[in-house]
Design a protein around this ligand. Structure first.
Ligand code: NOJ
Length: 549
């Protein structure tokens, strides 16, 4: 299923196609100054670990100047580094050290909204006729069904409650898809585009290798401000934010023109990448891909494994569907977790974590690995008095907020896990004794060692790094797919069952097992897979005479 326009030589693939991306949540990776919060100098100290692990690129969640209402996703200066994380000099040093190790650095960028403390918004809210007023989305109050004056329409914020906040000084409402402290920029104003492009140029010129663009499906809203219709799929127990179908709030066609502008900007530099965040159904995500006819981002995140039922047949269908929908010449990508969603080891149970890692690292397309998932970290229970995430505070009783998936990286088996000399901003995992980098590095059977071996296998095996698919199918609870490149055929077998399973029609040499004890074993026909075991087989290509038998 590889597309005709793909290069025939692995060197013809870009770094962001061949490589593995590793997401760092900067608050939680490594603290260098004892304030309990991770920082840029801390990340620099840990780069050799990432080199050892074998990842190719780092994506940093936001480190810009911010009041931290949404932990950096509320930016008050797009070209500044928040003092909590360090200085611009620390950033330049980190970038140089990343490059010195042959890796790439992708920054987060938040074009949909700023902080309410951004000078642009402070000016905008100063008066109705301020020149920056139109950089944001304002509306007069409107009457509700009872005739009372209130928000202009029924649009809800992603974090719960109305997406409109009344500004007392002028009596108008401003729109925010997220917190009231995150007013949405008005992308219909050309000056906004110029200002944001300038900020992106600032970082491109410093040498960053790309951006992960935050929440791009939210860039535009209906300019007639129509109410959203009720959501026909709303079920009891769903988040109240899903009460209405967001047809007038997300995924408007105008987004495409802005993405095209971002892409032209990125293409004016050498070898940069744009990754886009858009939580949308698969068919809609495809429209965010850049094609020669319609510039867009290189990699709109594919989040569909995050919500997937953990079943071989479901995932086989998902893989085939996703690959089949890709526009010609576009490159796939896969994600198992991030700073907003439950950790993979929690979602699928820890026993499945190695299987999930093998899945992520053997699928066709760029994998993004969330920090700590290589250790099998699970969601950490946060005592109520230590909750930090505003999402939890704003929607009491709904969900758990996102703190449990943002806890400090456990480097060693000590009280603060080697993360900080101070008090960590969030508690560490209570299974620190075996879930820490130092212990798992020393244990040849650990998940960490498996992930490292898997990345190394992927790197040295073009069929895994860039090859196309052969068969994709489920055989009972076993997911089977082939990866093809040149004369090589690899077959991946993933046993989703908690029992031993025998799979026929397997042939070849074991390159790697999730249980790390079968490399080199020869399989001819019947493959025995232990509970939750995954295997990569180097399967000899059928000769023409075999096919005729
Ligand atoms: C998506 C980010 O991943 C999330 O962490 C953030 O809260 C929202 N966008 C708002 O920027």
């Amino acid at each position: 299923m590889s597309t005709a326009s793909e290069p025939q030589d692995i060197d013809g693939f870009a770094w962001w196609q061949r490589g593995v991306i590793y997401q760092i949540y900067p608050r939680s990776f490594q603290d260098s100054n004892g304030d309990g919060v991770g920082d840029l100098a801390g990340i620099t100290q840990r780069l050799d670990y990432l080199r050892w692990l074998g990842v190719d690129a780092i994506w940093l969640s936001p480190v810009y100047t911010s009041p931290m209402a949404d932990f950096g996703y509320d930016v008050s200066d797009y070209t500044g580094i928040d003092p909590l994380f360090g200085t611009l000099a620390d950033f330049d040093h980190l970038l140089a050290e990343v490059h010195r190790r042959g890796m790439k650095l992708i920054m987060d960028f938040v074009p949909n909204h700023t902080s309410d403390q951004h000078p642009w918004f402070l000016e905008a809210r100063a008066s109705i006729d301020n020149p920056k007023r139109d950089w944001y989305i304002w509306h007069d109050p409107a009457p509700n069904a009872k005739g009372e004056m209130g928000p202009p329409n029924n649009w809800l914020s992603e974090f719960g409650g109305a997406a409109w906040t009344r500004d007392d000084a002028t009596g108008q409402y401003y729109y925010h898809a997220y917190l009231p402290q995150q007013p949405d920029l008005n992308w219909r104003n050309p000056d906004v585009r110029i200002a944001v492009h300038n900020a992106m140029r600032f970082w491109f010129a410093r040498g960053v290798d790309g951006f992960r663009l935050d929440t791009i499906h939210h860039l535009f809203e209906d300019d007639a401000f129509r109410d959203n219709p009720p959501n026909p799929d709303f079920r009891e127990g769903d988040s109240p934010t899903l009460t209405f179908a967001r047809v007038h709030q997300v995924d408007l066609p105008d987004v495409q023109d802005v993405l095209a502008g971002f892409r032209r900007l990125a293409d004016s530099y050498d070898a940069r990448v744009l990754v886009g965040e858009a939580y949308l159904p698969l068919e809609k995500v495809m429209a965010y891909y850049g094609t020669p006819a319609r510039p867009g981002v290189h990699l709109p995140f594919n989040f569909h494994l995050i919500g997937a039922a953990w079943k071989a047949s479901f995932i086989a269908d998902l893989i085939a569907q996703y690959d089949g929908l890709l526009p010609p010449g576009c490159w796939p990508n896969w994600v198992l977790g991030n700073h907003d969603r439950a950790r993979i080891a929690t979602r699928v149970e820890p026993a499945n974590a190695p299987l999930a890692a093998m899945l992520l690292l053997t699928l066709r397309g760029t994998p993004t690995l969330y920090y700590g998932d290589e250790l099998g970290l699970t969601d950490v229970k946060i005592p109520p008095e230590r909750v930090q995430d505003p999402w939890e505070l704003r929607v009491p009783g709904f969900g758990f907020g996102r703190d449990p998936v943002r806890t400090p990286m456990p480097w060693e088996n000590t009280a603060a896990g080697g993360f900080t000399a101070g008090e960590p901003w969030l508690p560490l995992n209570d299974d620190l004794a075996h879930k820490n980098v130092e212990s798992q590095r020393a244990d040849a059977k650990s998940l960490l060692r498996f992930v490292r071996d898997m990345i190394a296998l992927r790197r040295r095996t073009p069929a895994l790094a860039v090859g196309g698919y052969g068969i994709i199918e489920s055989r009972g609870e076993v997911l089977v797919y082939e990866r093809l490149w040149g004369g090589q055929r690899l077959t991946v077998f993933l046993n989703f069952a908690g029992t031993t399973v025998y799979t026929p029609l397997a042939q070849g040499n074991v390159l790697l097992s999730t249980i790390a004890d079968r490399t080199g074993e020869t399989v001819s026909n019947l493959l025995c897979l232990r509970p939750h075991e995954g295997i990569v087989l180097d399967t000899p290509q059928q000769s023409e005479s075999d096919e005729n038998i």
